[in-house]
Ligand binder design. Sequence first.
Ligand code: LLP
Length: 413
Amino acid sequence: MDHFIYRDSELHAEGVPLSRIAREVGTPVYVYSSGTFEGHLAAFDRAFAPVPHLVCYSVKVASNLALLAKVAKLGLGADIVSGGELFRALRAGVQAGKIVYSGVGKTPAEIKEALAAGILAFNVESGPELAAVSQIARDMGKKAPVAFRVNPDVDPGTHPYVATGLKESKFGVPVDEAFGLYLRAKDDPAIEIVGIDCHIGSQLTSVAPFVDTVARLRALIARLREAGIAISHIDLGGGLGITYLDETPPSPAEYAQSVIGALAGEKATLIFEPGRVVAGNAGVLVVQVLYDKITPGKRFLVTDGAMNDLIRPSLYGSHHGIVPVARGQAAPVTVNVVGPVCESGDFLAKDRPIPPVPQGGYLAVKSAGAYGFSMSSNYNSRPRAAEVLVEGDSYRVIRARETREDLIRGETL
Ligand code: LLP
């Protein structure tokens, strides 16, 4: 469900024509629908209403303060992977006690910051990390709340770059090793065991890998119970996929039903770290057509948006729907949609039938709300795009377009 719809042949975000935003704010511009973003968060939360649970929005996915403020307003938590994300989440008003912190490379400074803030859990991903967290907690006279991130060795059936729960992945610890770490943590006065965690990958389109994962976690939880170790939460990470092209992922309600069923009998609070399913279809990237370039081999629509603005097509070969902001009657033509960046890997779409758009016209790159702006860069010294949030019939710029001065901030001659 999203709020990007044509009215009188003009693509709107909720009540605002995208062409108006493009004219007034310039392009490339990320436009988010507040209704879609909040609606997705609420739907996910509602799906788990029958059981004790906490939804921790995954900050890396779309990290703008205005979006995080929506998360905070709904009383939800955050999943972070860096001190920078902790800073953002707290600044946006997310309660520290609802923040979980994953990642294989937490630095001592980041661990200190998170301990001082009073986060809900460190999702610890190795023995050496446990030692570091323990030492820092002792030095600070605190007890660190810890969950171990288990690597269940389950194939999520996604792009290899975003599969995180396979044996060969850098993430988490294998089940047997996790058991050993729990025993170590139990005897450590600087550690409080609070939960168990996993995240097996992203853009999953079936529930089976989640259900397999739950079975493996339950076996470990049973062993822990026998060893006198109780956990108060089970964090299943994020990963629920969305429709970019023709994928048919389970809805949050279907996902919840399977997961709740697979966990029947467990008393622990469930934690989830959804990202893409919340933000993905809540955002589009609007770009302007600079040139219609026809070569003997191809026809290119050259736009002012490029791989530095949205890297997913170049990096993963991902499909993003691309539609004209002003819909006409003409039949589609097959084009490569490319940007100005100096690489042949710079494309937003290849061999894509798109209705002709005149020079100066606008295109909307769909499903760009997740891992769009947050993965953008200044490559080719291109200022990063503006971000806009639409709320009903009005919009506001929630991140100004970067300026030339922003490009050289901190540099010296
Ligand atoms: N929790 C942890 C520990 C994660 O590493 C991730 C994503 C999430 C939650 C959120 O997963 P989601 O619900 O969004 O699937 N840049 C890639 C995706 C990378 C995923 C990284 N981890 C892309 O553009 O597809």
